[in-house]
Design a protein around this ligand. Structure first.
Ligand SMILES: [Zn+2]
Length: 55
């Protein structure tokens, strides 16, 4: 199951779930295990669509 990560304290950051996303937060982030309704990272979305998402 994917883990969704979002940087703490950044109001406008998006949720990431691909480890190979360039913007995936490496520290100081919050997590959730269910897919958020919005604010999904475009890069993670396109990686997922291409089958290139490392979770
Ligand atoms: Zn991302």
């Amino acid at each position: 199951m994917a883990e969704y990560r979002k940087r703490k304290g950044l109001q406008y950051d998006t949720w990431h779930w691909c480890r190979n996303c360039a913007n995936d937060p490496k520290s100081d982030y919050v997590t959730r295990s269910t897919r958020p309704d919005g604010d999904l990272c475009n890069q993670c979305k396109s990686k997922e669509a291409n089958g290139d998402c490392t979770s």
